[in-house]
Design a protein around this ligand. Structure first.
Ligand code: PAF
Length: 279
C-alpha cells in the first residue's frame, strides 16, 4: 500500500490506475481511524477496484475555539489499519499541500448547512465542502464513501455534487456502534471508560424517540421532548434535537411523513457528540 502526501503524486497514482481501466473509491477521513471508518473501506472495496483513504485534519472546518489542535493524529497506526483492510493508497497531505498561504476560495452550500450543526458551528460545512471538493479534484474518484453518523454532512455533500455537476457518486454506509450503542467517532477518544458507558444514553434517547414514532406518534414536539428528557442529565447538555428529512437533513416542522430521522447533538462534558436514527 502506498502512502502519498503530495497532491501531484496522488494525481499521478490515480491517472495510472484509471489508465488500467480501474475504478477508484475515495474514503475521506480525518484519521484516528476506528471500526466505523474501516467499515467505509469495506464498502469502498465492494464497489470499486482501488480504494484511496485520505487522512487530513482539515483546519477550515474547525471553529476558533474548537479541538483542531488536540484532534488525535496517528498516521502510522491509521496507515497499518488501511493496509490491513485492503486499501491501495493513503493520501495524507500536510495543511500546506492543500491550502496555499493566500488561499481565498471556498465552496459554500447555503441551505442544508444553515441548520443543525451549521447553527452552532457557523463555518464548519464551508470547510467540509471546500476540502471535499479539493479532495475530489485531486483524487477524481468514481465513488466517495461517507458514514451515516454524519448524515447532515452527507446531505450537504450530495447537494454540492448535484449543484456543481461533480462527476462522483456519493455512497453512504451505516453507523457502527460500540457494545453499549455509542456511535463510533474519533472524538470518543476524549471520553474515559466510565464516560463512554454514560455517553451511550444518546443512542438510548434516540431509541426512545423511535419507539414513540413506531407506536404511531407523528407529533414532532412530543418525540423531540421525549428524546430531550431521556438524554438530559448533569453531564449532558442538548445542542439540538430535530426531526429531519432523511435525504436532505432539512428539519421537518409539521407532522412526520415520508422518510425521516431524529438527529441529535449534545455536549457530553467537554465532548461534542452527534448521532441519528432513521424513523
Ligand atoms: O467526516 C470527516 O471526517 C470530515 O468532515 C471529512 C469528510 C473527512 C472532511 O474533512
Amino acid at each position: 500500500m502506498k502512502i502519498i502526501s503530495s497532491p501531484e503524486k496522488m494525481k499521478a497514482f490515480v491517472a495510472e490506475t484509471k489508465a488500467q481501466g480501474k475504478t477508484v473509491a475515495l474514503v475521506p477521513t480525518m484519521g484516528a481511524l476506528h471500526e466505523g471508518h474501516l467499515s467505509l473501506i469495506d464498502k469502498a472495496k465492494s464497489i470499486a477496484d482501488v480504494v484511496v483513504v485520505s487522512v487530513f485534519v482539515n483546519p477550515t472546518q474547525f471553529g476558533p475555539n474548537e479541538d483542531f489542535d488536540k484532534y488525535p493524529r496517528q498516521l502510522e497506526e491509521d496507515a497499518s489499519k488501511c493496509e490491513a483492510r485492503g486499501a491501495e493508497a493513503v493520501f495524507a497531505p500536510a495543511v500546506s499541500d492543500i491550502y496555499a498561504p493566500d488561499a481565498s476560495t471556498y465552496v459554500v452550500e447555503e441551505q442544508i448547512s444553515a441548520n443543525l450543526c451549521g447553527k452552532s458551528r457557523p463555518k464548519h460545512f464551508r470547510g467540509v465542502t471546500t476540502v471535499v471538493a479539493i479532495l475530489f479534484n485531486i483524487v477524481k474518484p468514481d465513488f466517495a464513501v461517507f458514514g451515516e453518523k454524519d448524515a447532515q454532512q452527507i446531505s450537504v455533500i450530495k447537494r454540492m455534487v448535484r449543484d456543481l455537476f461533480m462527476d462522483v457518486e456519493i455512497v453512504s454506509s451505516p453507523i457502527v456502534r460500540d457494545e453499549n450503542g455509542l456511535a463510533l467517532s474519533s472524538r470518543n477518544k476524549y471520553l474515559d471508560t466510565v464516560e463512554r458507558v454514560g455517553a451511550a444514553r444518546v443512542h438510548r434517547a434516540l431509541l426512545e424517540g423511535k419507539r414513540l414514532s413506531d407506536e404511531g406518534c407523528t407529533n414532532i414536539d412530543r418525540i423531540k421532548a421525549l428524546v430531550i428528557n431521556s438524554v438530559t442529565n448533569a453531564k449532558t447538555r442538548v445542542i439540538y434535537v430535530e426531526i429531519v428529512d432523511a435525504e436532505t437533513s432539512l428539519p421537518v416542522n409539521e407532522a412526520i411523513k415520508g422518510k425521516t430521522r431524529i438527529s441529535i447533538a449534545v455536549w457530553f462534558g467537554q465532548t461534542r457528540l452527534i448521532d441519528n436514527i432513521l424513523l
